[in-house]
Design a protein around this ligand. Structure first.
Ligand code: 5GP
Length: 194
């Protein structure tokens, strides 16, 4: 998605540890026009997948997920990160190791918001090593919901998350695919095909 790649080149900052900071349009301040375009694009890509629900993880997945839900006219549920592992009776939960925070969190979704047979589209801001998506896969498995696809705003294709999704046999669509960080320069997979 060219609009997104241009915005990454303009406003993204490469931090140590192969982390891209995009806090002025995605991770802290949010650009609603760009999010609307992102949601429209995901809805276009997955329009024939029969999606009944969108799942994401708080907080940075919420903006693109809501815009996708708006375009597909389906509800959006975000997994909450919580510290307590007690009181899990009415929750589906999974443990997720955070790439940026280097800590493990439990993520959870109330059982009443995810049904057996739901056809789920997973949306997240980044795909790095795939831990967040793996946690959402586990929650869908617990609910006996079907994962119809994974939509990622920014994928770092040189990390292991891509293979994790492919091994599961799920369709993966990423709107910007970063192939490398070369000093402070971001390179996209699309440069190889332009
Ligand atoms: P994964 O679970 O795939 O290893 O990492 C995905 C999660 O880590 C995303 O939800 C995102 O919050 C965070 N993340 C991973 N890589 C980056 C990055 O380069 N920049 C930012 N801002 N967040 C990232």
């Amino acid at each position: 998605m060219r609009e997104l790649e241009e915005r990454i080149l303009k406003d993204g900052r490469v931090l140590p540890g192969e982390v891209l900071k995009v806090d002025n349009f995605l991770n802290h301040q949010v650009d609603p026009d760009l999010m609307f375009s992102i949601g429209t694009e995901f809805a276009h890509l997955f329009r024939d997948a029969g999606v009944t629900k969108i799942l994401t993880v708080e907080s940075s997945g919420i903006a693109p997920a809501v815009m996708t839900g708006l375009a597909l006219h389906v509800p959006v549920v975000f997994a909450r990160k919580h510290k307590s592992v007690t009181l899990i009776d009415d929750l589906f939960t999974a443990e997720v190791y955070s790439y940026t925070k280097k800590t493990s969190n439990h993520i959870s979704i109330a059982k009443k918001f995810l049904d057996a047979g739901d056809k789920v589209l997973l949306i997240d801001d980044f795909l790095a090593n795939g831990q967040a998506v793996q946690g959402l896969f586990e929650i869908c498995d617990q609910a006996k919901a079907d994962v119809m696809g994974v939509g990622i705003v920014i994928e770092k294709v040189f990390q292991t998350g891509h293979q994790l999704v492919k091994d599961r046999g799920v369709r993966l669509e990423s709107l910007a695919q970063i192939t490398s960080f070369d000093d402070d320069r971001v390179h996209f997979a699309s440069e190889q095909t332009d």
